[in-house]
Design a protein around this ligand. Structure first.
Ligand SMILES: [Zn+2]
Length: 238
């Protein structure tokens, strides 16, 4: 990094209430806080100047602000180390976003199934959390399928293309996994405007105006679930 920036870093504690006191939405808004307010609320603050060549690593959930104090290039990466801690905080943020109706940039369900398919996990804590997420989504898919079938709603097999990204509800922006509710009109135009079940039913309680597209077979998901097992830890190289 070739930058000269002053950065203010604080912990999440109190920031949400402080920002809302200033009529700013913590998740969506842009907030440059008054440092005095933070000191008063006993929020620990680190403030420093990033010099050319300095790399600043911020841990998950660290609230931060950056301000240029001279000419600079601002380069930042979002990275997700494969650790139990990272996964836990990502899942918590994902759930909080849902409660706040804010879109999660990381689709945790899609990601968890991809991890189960593609990587070996030897950290038992991380493994258990991913497995639990798979179990919950598997159960949710099964219950939703049974509910739809019991009401006579037909599921239309759609499958997925390779590397197809995750889908989000076009109304509330929640991640939609495996069963996509698309408006009949967009289905015939093949533009597939995706809804979650709640938003679809709000517009059409018996889902008359919707087609339910099925992206995975239950057998496939069950097989991925069963085959995802704790990998033996790699022997240490030292
Ligand atoms: Zn929705």
């Amino acid at each position: 990094m070739n930058c000269k920036e002053s950065a203010v870093i604080v912990f999440l504690t109190s920031c949400v209430s402080l920002s809302s006191r200033n009529n700013i939405n913590f998740l969506m808004g842009s907030w440059w806080p008054n440092l005095e307010d933070l000191y008063e609320a006993d929020v620990p603050v680190y403030r420093f100047i990033q010099r050319p060549g300095d790399l600043v690593w911020l841990n998950t959930g660290t609230v931060h602000w950056v301000q240029a104090i001279g000419w600079c290039n601002n380069i930042a990466w979002n990275v997700g180390p494969l650790t139990a801690y990272q996964y836990k905080l990502a899942a918590e943020r994902y759930e909080w976003n849902k409660l706040q109706s804010v879109k999660s940039i990381v689709p945790m369900i899609h990601l968890s199934w991809n991890m189960a398919r593609n990587i070996k996990v030897s950290d038992s804590k991380l493994f258990q959390m991913i497995k639990y997420c798979l179990l919950r989504t598997l159960k949710q898919c099964q219950m939703l399928r049974e509910l739809l079938q019991a009401s006579g709603k037909e599921l239309v097999w759609h499958g997925r293309t390779r590397d197809e990204p995750a889908h989000y509800c076009s109304i509330c922006e929640v991640e939609v996994f495996a069963l996509l509710f698309v408006t009949s009109e967009s289905n015939s135009r093949k533009t597939y405007v995706v809804h979650c079940q709640d938003c679809a039913r709000r517009g059409s309680s018996n889902l008359d105006n919707f087609v339910v597209l099925e992206q995975y077979k239950m057998d496939d998901l069950t097989q991925v679930y069963d085959q995802f097992t704790l990998a033996p830890s790699l022997p240490s190289s030292s």
